[in-house]
Design a protein around this ligand. Structure first.
Ligand code: GDP
Length: 197
C-alpha cells in the first residue's frame, strides 16, 4: 500500500468524544517505550507524526491519524508503566477497555512486543484478554535491529509457544524495526487485505 497522506485528527481522553466511527480503524498498543510511536511514524513514513519520547508513560490519550483519507491509525496509551499511580492505571484500563470493546469500526489491534525480551506476563495477559473478548489482534515484535535474527526468532517462538496454551490459532505476527523500516510492507499489506475483505 502506498501512503499518500497521514494526518493527525484528534486526541481524546473520552471514548464519547471520538470521531464518528465511519472508517476502518487499526489500533496500536503495547508497554510504554515498546517503540509504538516510532513504528507508527515508520509505517506512514512521516517522522514526527506520532510523538516519540524517552520518557515512558506520558500520553494517556487516544490519538487518531487519518490515512489516505480512508482509514485510521489509532495510537492507544502505553500500558505497564511502573511509575504511574494505581488510580491512573485503573483509569487507563477503563478507558482502553471501553474503546476496545465498544468501537464498532475497530478492525484489528496490533499488540506491540519488544523483540529483545522473553515473554512478559503483562503482554501475555493482554493477549489473553483480547482472546477472551474476541477482538481480532496481531502481534508486532519491535526493535528487531537491536539484536541478531536468531535472538529475535527465539523470543518470537517463545511468545507464540506461551500463547499456544490459550489459543488454537496463533494471531498474525510481524517482526519490525522502525530504524530499518523492517516489516513495513508486511504490516501495510495486512491492513490493505483486511480493508478489502
Ligand atoms: P513508545 O513509548 O512505545 O511510543 O516508544 P518510542 O517510539 O517513543 O520509542 C522508545 C525508544 O525506543 C526511543 O528511544 C526510540 O528511538 C527507540 N526505538 C523505537 N523503535 C526502535 C527500533 O525499531 N529500533 C531501535 N534501534 N530503536 C527504537
Amino acid at each position: 500500500m502506498i501512503i499518500k497522506s497521514a494526518t493527525f485528527i484528534c486526541s481524546n481522553t473520552k471514548v464519547s468524544a471520538l470521531p464518528v466511527a465511519n472508517m476502518p480503524e487499526y489500533a496500536f498498543i503495547g508497554r510504554s517505550n515498546v517503540g509504538k510511536s516510532s513504528l507508527i511514524n515508520m509505517l506512514v513514513n512521516q517522522h514526527g507524526l506520532a510523538k516519540t519520547s524517552q520518557r515512558p508513560g506520558k500520553t494517556q490519550l487516544i490519538n487518531h491519524f487519518l490515512i489516505n483519507e480512508k482509514w485510521y491509525i489509532v495510537d492507544l496509551p502505553g500500558y505497564g508503566y511502573a511509575k504511574v499511580s494505581k488510580s491512573s492505571r485503573e483509569n487507563w484500563e477503563k478507558f482502553i477497555r471501553n474503546y476496545i470493546t465498544k468501537r464498532e469500526s475497530l478492525q484489528c489491534v496490533f499488540v506491540l512486543i519488544d523483540s529483545r525480551l522473553e515473554p512478559q506476563k503483562i503482554d501475555l495477559e493482554f493477549c489473553c484478554w483480547m482472546g477472551e473478548i474476541q477482538i481480532p489482534f496481531a502481534l508486532v515484535f519491535t526493535k528487531a535491529d537491536k539484536q541478531g535474527a536468531v535472538k529475535t526468532d527465539k523470543n518470537v517462538s517463545a511468545f507464540k509457544k506461551a500463547l499456544g496454551g490459550w489459543f488454537e490459532e496463533i494471531p498474525p505476527c510481524f517482526v519490525t524495526s522502525a530504524e530499518k523500516s523492517t516489516g513495513r510492507d508486511q504490516v501495510l499489506s495486512f491492513i490493505e487485505e483486511v480493508n478489502h475483505d
